[in-house]
Design a protein around this ligand. Structure first.
Ligand SMILES: [Zn+2]
Length: 90
């Protein structure tokens, strides 16, 4: 349960509500709770959709620039001073 709310707490809240509002008003309270829950879930859905859109907007991880030998054009690793293929200085 979120917020550390346990089923026993809900029962206590229900009993307290019953004592405060009386049984005749319970359907009304139930309705308003249902409305609140629906609004809450709609808000959650909206938030998660926004989150998903945010992820989709993020460009894929940029790959490190590929280096090629200036002499023979073979791919070489960054930081290499000489081409392993032809030995040309980079
Ligand atoms: Zn080379």
């Amino acid at each position: 349960m979120p917020f550390g709310l346990q089923p026993t707490h809900l029962i206590i809240i229900l009993v307290v509500a019953l004592l405060i509002f009386g049984p005749s008003r319970l359907p009304e309270i139930g309705k308003s709770i249902g409305k609140t829950m629906r609004e809450f879930q709609a808000g959650l859905k909206e938030a998660s959709q926004g989150f998903t859109e945010e992820i989709q907007k993020t460009p894929p991880q940029a790959e490190p620039p590929k280096l090629a030998c200036k002499s023979c054009g073979k791919p070489i690793q960054a930081g290499m001073k000489f081409c392993p293929e032809c030995g040309a200085a980079q």
